[in-house]
Design a protein around this ligand. Structure first.
Ligand code: 9D3
Length: 225
């Protein structure tokens, strides 16, 4: 998989992409991620990427031209990329949509900013719009990182098999059961006896019960689904 990210803050992606699973996925050659500075695709000497809105009003609007030039430059090297605009009015990212996105060979992510983006970008360039939830951020950069993290771990071969397939069917329906590690007694708080019993059937049953109980209490909406 290849992911191209178009942003006015290219530097802030480095520390995120160069850590942990996303880093390992790149080293293993499972995914290639390129970050593009939108200003590199401007034509004026001030490298302007936004302007005042037609019709008046406060705030600035991102120009169509640099974004078109960036997407066209990226597309010209390959073909059939899925173009995703990170913006508040998109559909909320879910495990299901992350899974769907992980099946594309090539994603181009555009990070929105300011009051908005020239509508002609949506009209002509964007295949889908994604938000990460109903709260106001200052731009699409953090959402793009969230999307990359959620999608990359689903690309085949990125996670160990143990971590992935068995548990994915679980994911999204039930919360996790309680976890414990050594010591068995920490400040007088003891690990449930069943986990020390060595009876794997009983342990599995206990974990399922606990997961169900927790989900009922904390996220009844998940059970309703
Ligand atoms: C103050 C401007 N707002 C008027 C209703 C609209 C607005 C535009 C741009 C609000 C936030 C932003 C910047 N946010 C994003 O680009 C963004 C975002 C978000 O804010 N929340 C959740 N997901 C996303 S994806 C992109």
């Amino acid at each position: 998989m290849r992911i191209d990210i178009i942003t006015i803050f290219p530097k802030c992606f480095k520390p995120v992409l160069d850590e942990s699973i996303v880093k390992r996925a790149q080293e293993k050659g499972k995914v290639k991620i390129f970050v593009h500075d939108l200003r590199d695709y401007t034509l004026d000497k001030h490298r302007k990427v936004d302007d005042r809105p037609f019709g008046g009003g406060s705030g600035m609007v991102m120009n169509a031209e640099p974004i078109f030039r960036a997407v066209e430059a990226i597309k010209s090297r390959g073909h059939k990329a899925r173009v995703v605009l990170l913006c508040p009015q998109g559909e909320t990212l879910t495990q299901k949509s992350a899974k769907r996105l992980s099946k594309f060979k090539h994603l181009i992510l555009i990070c929105g900013h300011y009051e908005g983006i020239d509508e002609r970008v949506r009209q002509k360039l964007v295949d889908e719009e994604t938000s990460i939830g109903d709260y106001v951020l200052t731009g699409g950069e953090l959402p793009a990182m969230v999307l990359v993290d959620a999608v990359v771990r689903l690309v085949p071969g990125v996670l160990g098999d143990k971590n992935s397939l068995n548990f994915e069917s679980f994911e999204g329906n039930l919360l996790e059961y309680p976890h414990y590690t050594r010591p068995a007694n920490f400040k007088g708080m003891c690990v449930p006896q069943v986990l020390l019993s060595g009876d794997h059937k009983k342990i599995e049953l206990w974990r399922k019960e606990q997961a169900l109980k927790r989900t009922k209490k904390k996220r009844p909406d998940l059970l309703a689904k």
